[in-house]
Write a protein that binds this ligand. Structure first.
Ligand code: DON
Length: 304
């Protein structure tokens, strides 16, 4: 497959849509990013990497981190996690509160904010030094020691995170948060502030394309059956109330973040990460979605 040519074609064909969408401003620090950045990196199973644009520039991965915290939690406690968080699409915005009350404090899935806050609570309970141990986990999967949080983004989120505080307190009222609410939120805000490049993200997500085995190595980070579960959750819940649309248009398991990143995988073939900060009204990158739709159209391959 001529992936480099395909990436060039995609870059040409998305040009008419360049000004569409808005950068996320509800986290003030995210509003400082150049909205016209664009990068993409595709990493194949044969070891080849195909890249274009700002693929070496760090950006805030935001909710993409939810897949990574979920992976660390399931690698530690296995299937017991589903007692505290469900695996159904929510059909609601990522920060919605409504379902949580009538569903008795059990979040619909681990990739919406309420579910990710429960996963954060689990990690705070089981890790000795939660933030450092999480960083170590990502660095070892990606093979890159430079990966870090952005303290400014974490602080900016904390200062404006009233909805997340509401979700955490609601979860606590149903006894689905076991630790101090502020400690859990501090971890959650830091995980969202994680900065990675498209290249680092695609290398990291190779784990999910490879049924739980890390990039360039042989270590089985996740048992195969849990890798399958995480891919299924990405497919059904990775884009909030646009998960159906992403499946329909792209047809790959993936996850978005309000920093404008999207990571997706084609099992046993490749992982891909794309970054473009302008978002559609549902909080997903406009050019990111278009790029991946063109990728599966042009290659003729998706999981469907
Ligand atoms: O909790 C928040 O609002 C952000 N830290 C993460 C939201 C996010 O990335 C949703 N993604 N599309």
């Amino acid at each position: 497959m001529k992936y480099q040519e395909i990436l060039q074609e995609i870059h040409e064909e998305i040009k008419p849509f360049k000004g569409e969408g808005q950068i996320a401003t509800y986290i003030p620090e995210l509003a400082t990013v150049d909205p016209d950045k664009y990068g993409i990196c595709l990493h194949c199973f044969d070891g080849q990497e195909y890249t274009l644009g700002d693929y070496e520039e760090k950006f805030s991965i935001q909710s993409i981190s939810k897949v990574l915290t979920l992976s660390l939690a399931v690698s530690k406690i296995g299937e017991r996690i589903w007692e505290r968080v469900d695996v159904e699409p929510s059909g609601d915005p990522f920060n919605s509160l409504v379902q949580l009350e009538y569903e008795q404090g059990i979040p619909r899935n681990p990739l919406i904010n309420s579910g990710a806050i429960v996963v954060a609570d689990i990690l705070v309970s089981i890790l000795d030094d939660p933030k450092e141990d999480f960083l170590k986990f990502i660095r070892s999967i990606c093979g890159n020691e430079s990966i870090n949080f952005n303290p400014k983004v974490a602080a900016s989120e904390k200062a404006t995170g009233f909805r997340n505080a509401a979700l955490a307190n609601m979860l606590k009222s149903f006894d689905n948060i076991k630790n101090d609410v502020d400690t859990v939120l501090d971890f959650y805000f830091h995980q969202c502030s994680l900065e990675m490049t498209c290249q680092e993200l695609s290398r990291t997500f190779l784990l999910f394309a490879n049924h739980g085995t890390q990039y360039g190595g042989t270590e089985q980070i996740l048992p195969r059956r849990l890798g399958k579960r995480i891919n299924a959750i990405m497919q059904t819940c990775g884009f909030y109330d646009e998960a159906g649309e992403f499946s329909f248009r792209v047809g790959l398991p993936g996850k978005s973040g309000v920093g404008g990143g999207i990571a997706a995988i084609y099992p046993q073939q490749y992982s891909v990460a794309v970054w473009s900060p302008r978002l559609n009204p549902k909080g997903n990158s406009v050019l990111g979605m278009k790029s991946l739709e063109l990728l599966t159209t042009k290659t003729g391959y998706s999981i469907f």
